[in-house]
Write a protein that binds this ligand. Structure first.
Ligand code: HEM
Ligand SMILES: *[C@@H]1O[C@H](CO)[C@@H](O)[C@H](O)[C@H]1NC(C)=O
Ligand SMILES: *[C@@H]1O[C@H](CO)[C@@H](O)[C@H](O)[C@H]1NC(C)=O
Ligand SMILES: *[C@@H]1O[C@H](CO)[C@@H](O)[C@H](O)[C@H]1NC(C)=O
Ligand SMILES: *[C@@H]1O[C@H](CO)[C@@H](O)[C@H](O)[C@H]1NC(C)=O
Ligand SMILES: *[C@@H]1O[C@H](CO)[C@@H](O)[C@H](O)[C@H]1NC(C)=O
Length: 381
């Protein structure tokens, strides 16, 4: 990941723009002061966010490791992050190989490359854009962390992208460590060994929903016991369960049927999680899908949204941002607390684009929760 001195200054609150440097067009604007926004926003190439693409016309199994999408190792400067699905799509050229993309590109890529369902794709991408992307340029980095080197002690300067801790990226990932332990986005061999161990013990050598249920619970117990700053609130409570189901639905070759369905072999799993690469000759899922089974994983060992209270083993329930059992509260607080906290009083194109993207996100909520009213944090639009 590149070191970007300008971004580092932004995070230090000592921002000072010069005509020779540019604010990275994918870096989020959330958390910047009104004065910083006044300086930065005019330098950006502002877009009007287009409506999200619909589902593709063909949604069956299909060879996706094809000759038009060869795997290539990321080059220096290419961004990769905590999501094995998006990392793989970038390394095969379904997404721009540099790891920076528009919501439209991401929705099209996850549909084409994995048969991710349209609703799930829209919901994931607009929630991510609102907290980790740049809503003015309509760009999101799938990695996007920049670190200020040279400071003593080293100061992490997170400029956004999906590595942005406590927004979309979070604790208790299956194959990535908690941010508290230093590296929150890279494949971790120790955690991978645990993934293999659980797949052997509960899945007879395959990762399935039963394995996902046990491993998800175990990762939560681990973080409660080891990470004094463990948090799993709101969006993270939902995604922690959804992400444990995604490999079962989308990493299994679409030609597998009968008793092989929903059983992910470990060689394929490692190819996605570690190598960001399709298994050779991979066919995408035979029908659109995503987080199916997340409810089963949750109900196997229900854990409320919550956090440790500054020390290990001090878990306290905290449903102030909702969670998997209260998705309307999650939506309301996500908009009214999380997004509004990042952007307290936006103006101009920033306000316009926030309102448009909040509308695209609400559409995904309304289709499942028709009685959950839309929230307009900045007043009527
Ligand atoms: C639609 C756009 C998507 C967005 C914005 C997105 C974003 C993310 C983010 C931010 C994380 C990190 C959360 C964390 O563990 O801290 C993540 C994890 C994950 N994503 Fe995605 N993702 C998307 C699509 C996909 C697709 C299509 C797949 C599978 C084909 C996928 C599979 C996964 C898995 C398995 C994890 C969990 C990794 C782990 O726990 O080690 N995602 N995603
Ligand atoms: C995430 O990991 C990176 C790389 O190890 C680290 O520099 C950064 O501080 C971590 N983020 C947080 C919020 O801890
Ligand atoms: C991987 O995770 C383990 C267990 O949480 C941790 O002890 C180890 O330091 C991590 N390794 C790296 C390279 O971050
Ligand atoms: C997962 O695999 C184990 C071992 O084969 C099996 O007992 C269990 O029923 C499977 N679970 C699912 C949901 O397929
Ligand atoms: C959390 O910690 C604070 C301060 O240390 C303490 O006052 C509070 O009672 C704790 N809450 C719970 C539920 O343990
Ligand atoms: C949003 O937050 C404001 C300020 O805290 C509050 O007045 C308003 O009732 C909240 N709206 C919703 C829908 O919760």
């Amino acid at each position: 990941m590149r070191f970007n001195p300008l971004a580092a200054f932004v995070a230090l609150g000592a921002f000072c723009i010069s005509t020779t440097t540019a604010f990275p067009p994918y870096a989020p604007l959330g958390g910047l002061s009104a004065r910083q926004l006044e300086e930065i926003v005019p330098t950006l190439d502002a877009k009007v966010p287009p409506p999200p693409p619909g589902p593709p016309s063909f949604t069956g199994a299909q060879l996706v490791d094809d000759k038009d999408h060869p795997w290539r190792a990321p080059r220096p400067g290419d961004q990769r992050g905590p999501c094995p699905g998006l990392n793989t799509l970038a390394s095969h050229g379904y997404l721009p190989r540099n790891g920076v993309a528009t919501p439209t590109q991401i929705i099209q890529a996850v549909q084409e490359g994995f048969n991710f369902d349209n609703l799930g794709a829209r919901s994931a991408v607009y929630s991510a854009l609102l907290v980790d992307g740049n809503v003015v340029t309509d760009l999101l980095s799938i990695g996007g962390k920049t670190r200020l080197t040279g400071a003593n002690p080293p100061t992490p300067a997170i400029v956004g992208g999906l590595n942005n801790h406590r927004t979309f990226e979070g604790d208790v990932s299956l194959t990535r460590g908690d941010a508290f332990f230093g590296d929150n986005h890279s494949f971790n061999q120790t955690l991978w060994d645990q993934f293999v161990d659980f797949s052997n013990r509960f899945g007879n050598g395959f990762y399935n929903i039963t394995v996902a249920s046990e491993l998800r619970f175990h990762r939560i117990q681990q973080s409660i016991a080891e990470n004094p700053e463990f948090t799993m609130l709101g969006l993270r409570h939902l995604t922690a369960y959804g992400e444990a189901a995604l490999p079962v639905n989308l990493f299994v070759d679409g030609r597998k049927t009968g008793s092989y369905k929903g059983q992910l072999d470990l060689e394929s799993a490692r190819s996605f999680f570690r190598d960001m690469r399709y298994p050779k000759g991979f066919f995408r899922a035979a029908q659109p899908g995503g987080g199916e089974g997340a409810d089963v994983i949750f109900l196997a060992h229900p854990t409320s949204p919550g956090r440790n209270n500054g020390t290990v083993n001090s878990f306290v329930v905290d449903d102030s941002l909702g969670g998997i059992l209260d998705p309307c509260k999650f939506y309301t607080e996500f908009v009214n607390t999380t997004v509004r906290g990042l952007y307290p009083s936006p103006t101009g194109v920033l306000r316009r684009n926030l309102d448009i993207n909040l509308g695209f996100f609400y559409d995904t909520i309304a289709s499942g929760l028709p009685d959950c009213p839309q929230v307009f944090p900045y007043g009527p639009v």
